[in-house]
Design a protein around this ligand. Structure first.
Ligand code: SF4
Length: 391
């Protein structure tokens, strides 16, 4: 489609594709309005026949915002297959937002165990409290008001607005970005191209059936326009897809060369009292893994830590045995290599140094570990050290 044709159609969208001072000229060429409407129709029709049957969806109807919100928060960084059973369990425990707001944060963190990215669980609890107290337990229905809630960013606000309230909006996540990069054959690399890809998505957003369209494009990205091996012959948009026409759709989205993930180092201390109990501590509420329960540990540093400098973080005197090997765990912005030191404090021989209350420490048997909000990293350390009930 040429720029002239787009202008003839009366569409005003082509201007959004042109540049501002920081964007290259003609980042993408929008479709004529009639073609865009045809693509919307094809996609929604495909969704009606082939869309995934997911428990939080209500095809052809508006969905419950509590369920949409919960599923969207769970689906951030976590696969549908992992989320489905956890979503049902969570809803069975807290069927309404008011019940969730009334729950202790520790219970929510414990329920979240294994899903990772625990800031989501803390925000979930904080958001439930705001909706309960400031909005009478009813989710607001505009994107702006939704975005003001804890843990709800642009994507989640748009998804709730479209799926639960039918608001005309543009939902953009990684799936949508990939589909847009291919459909329009956008050469600008990610992450710099995010605004261009969002502008491209906006040229196709419908005013009606916004929920079905949004769910449809998610499914297209997940099932057909996959990161590798897109199934173009099955795609309802193949007829207009510029990357498919060019013969190498998987080349898109173009990406800037990723910087290597930095590595951090730490030493965890597995302290036993010699009578089957292990020393645990609660992390501060704010920050990475906030409020989670863990073994004692040094801070995580950019350089390897020696036992000599690490010992002050053990809080207790004792003989330490540094285990061979290490536990690796990858977070979003860095990779962590944890060494593990074990030691026994013999309370019967007066070696038990009273712990300062401010450290938030307590003793627990390994059989009780499942009762606490352990992060995956803490379970990995327990398994690595051979504490039987951790497996
Ligand atoms: S034709 Fe292929 S590359 Fe283009 S949108 Fe469909 S699946 Fe993606």
């Amino acid at each position: 489609m040429t720029g002239r044709a787009a202008k003839k159609s009366g569409s005003t969208k082509p201007n959004s594709a042109k540049s501002s001072s920081s964007e290259p000229e003609a980042a993408f060429q929008p479709f004529e309005a009639a073609t865009a409407r045809g693509l919307q129709r094809r996609l929604v029709n495909w969704y009606v026949r082939h869309g995934r049957d997911l428990p939080w969806r209500e095809p052809d109807a508006l969905a419950d915002p509590y369920r949409i919100w919960l599923s969207e928060i769970m689906l951030q960084q976590t696969t549908v297959a992992t989320v489905e059973p956890r979503y049902h369990r969570f809803l069975a425990r807290w069927p309404t937002i008011k019940k969730l707001a009334a729950a202790p944060l520790d219970d929510v963190l414990h329920e979240w165990q294994g899903l990772g990215y625990y800031a989501r669980a803390r925000n979930l609890h904080a958001c439930a409290n705001v909706v309960s107290e400031a909005h009478g337990g009813v989710f607001p229905d505009t994107e702006d008001a939704l975005r003001a809630l804890p843990g709800i960013g642009a994507y989640t606000a748009a998804a709730i607005a479209a799926f639960a309230f039918g608001a005309p909006t543009t939902i953009v996540d990684g799936n949508v970005e990939r589909v847009m990069a291919r459909l329009f054959a956008i050469e600008q690399p990610l992450p710099g191209a995010k605004k261009i890809l969002a502008a491209a998505a906006a040229t196709l957003s419908p005013k009606k059936r916004t929920g079905d369209y949004g769910q449809a494009i998610m499914d297209l990205g997940a099932e057909i326009c996959r990161p590798k091996n897109p199934d173009c012959p099955s795609c309802p948009w193949s007829i207009r897809c510029r990357a498919y026409a060019a013969g190498d759709p998987a080349r898109y989205p173009v990406r800037s060369k990723a910087k290597p993930r930095p590595i951090r180092f730490g030493i965890a201390f597995l302290v036993s009292d010699g009578n089957g109990k292990w020393l645990l501590q609660k992390r501060p509420e704010k920050g990475l893994l906030g409020g989670m329960i863990e073994f004692l540990s040094t801070p995580w540093a950019d350089q390897k830590i020696t036992m000599r400098t690490a010992k002050s973080h053990a809080l207790l005197g004792g003989r330490w045995r540094l285990m061979p090997g290490s536990v690796g765990h990858t977070f979003t912005h860095f990779h962590l290599e944890m060494r593990v030191a074990t030691g026994t404090v013999d309370v019967t021989k007066g070696m038990h140094v009273p712990l300062p209350e401010a450290t938030n420490t307590f003793w627990a048997e390994a059989s009780e570990f499942g009762d606490y909000a352990f992060a995956t990293l803490t379970w990995k350390i327990a398994v690595f050290a051979g504490i039987e009930s951790a497996s």
